[in-house]
Design a protein around this ligand. Structure first.
Ligand code: NAD
Length: 317
């Protein structure tokens, strides 16, 4: 069994490097998720084999050398996943237990792009960074300066950090993949977004039609709820995805299903929803693990990709 654990760790590490650093995945996301869950389960059954370097304990991958390193003011984390309604309910129950009462929940679409941190000071964009390994990201400021969808000047003078998802709209992705000068087509809009952002020449980034949704205000911290923070970001000119809403636990799964049904009509890819504690005081009380906040969970939509290839994956490759 120890070998299976080591094999899974090695395979997931290689897949993460291909996905995050090379922007050229060797597994589908659904394949990665199945193998990741198997590793989580094996580590749960064999706690003596747990280790801080396991992919289950880390975020992303080592940042590429192409860009200068940026140390994040607070870690940019991943989000734990659930895949069905019973796991979702169990997560809400656990959160309620930790808080000693029912949390107010906010549910929003999970945009399939890559996380970006934007820092402003004196009303000007001063730094843009990718998530990297969660602690150290890549400085992509020069490339973000040429992305029209991201505000360069805002009506707020004090330091501000906003985090969100940079993504490639489906329409831009289709147009890009028809470009005869591309060396090879991109596998999906997420990879195309990552490849377009992490270019040495910002003119290439500028031509790709990247877009951005803000989903988290890191600084200032005076807002008591997530929905107020999002309204503030929207008032400053950041695009905020319009389907987010407050929801009771009783209505949560119905809302998840509605979002799943309507996503095909959107011009951006979503791979699930993110459910978050709305009250900042609740977030502070439950905190984070080395990999993910305890106050949010991703409900992954059923994959559009087929899982059959999993059977053929040679784990020793
Ligand atoms: P994740 O993508 O499942 O979730 C965390 C990320 O969601 C955040 O960093 C943020 O960028 C994003 N996000 C989008 N909308 C959001 C919103 N509204 N609120 C908050 N965050 C939002 O986790 P991850 O750690 O980035 O990556 C793990 C996932 O990446 C895997 O589950 C798999 O699907 C994929 N992956 C695939 C491969 C592969 O080989 N295909 C390799 C590694 C990872």
């Amino acid at each position: 069994m120890a070998d299976r654990i080591e094999d899974l760790r090695a395979l997931l590490d290689r897949a993460s490097y291909a996905y995050y650093v090379l922007d050229a995945p060797v597994l589908t996301d659904a394949e990665y998720d199945v193998l990741f869950r198997e590793l989580v389960e094996l580590e749960r059954l064999h706690p003596e084999r747990a280790g801080a370097t396991s992919p289950t304990q880390r975020v992303g991958a080592t940042p590429s050398q192409l860009f200068a390193p940026v140390e994040h003011a607070s870690p940019m984390l991943s989000i734990d996943n659930v895949f069905d309604v019973s796991e979702l309910d169990a997560w809400v129950d656990r959160l309620a237990r930790l808080l000693g009462g029912e949390p107010t929940l906010f549910v929003e679409l999970k945009i399939d792009g890559l996380a970006l941190s934007l820092r402003y000071d004196g009303g000007l964009l001063v730094q843009a960074a990718t998530r990297g390994d969660g602690r150290i990201g890549e400085d992509v400021t020069a490339n973000i300066y040429v992305v029209d969808a991201i505000p360069k000047r805002i009506a707020y003078d004090a330091p501000l950090e906003v985090r969100g998802e940079i993504y490639l709209p489906r329409s831009s992705f289709q147009a890009l993949n028809q470009d005869p000068t591309l060396k090879a087509p991109f596998a999906n809009p997420r990879n195309a977004a990552a490849g377009s952002l992490r270019q040495k020449d910002p003119r290439v980034t500028a031509s790709r039609g990247l877009a951005f949704f803000a989903y988290q205000l890191e600084e200032p911290t005076q807002f008591e709820t997530h929905h107020e923070a999002l309204a503030f970001l929207s008032s400053l000119g950041f695009a905020v995805e319009e389907h987010g809403s407050l929801v009771d636990q009783g209505q949560l799964f119905e809302r998840v299903q509605q979002l799943d049904q309507s996503r095909a009509d959107l011009d951006y890819e979503t791979d699930g929803v993110v459910v978050k504690a709305d009250r900042m005081v609740d977030r502070r009380r439950v905190g984070v693990t080395s990999r993910a906040p305890r106050w949010s969970i991703a409900f992954k939509f059923a994959p559009e990709e087929q899982l059959t290839r999993l059977l053929a994956i040679d784990i020793s490759v």
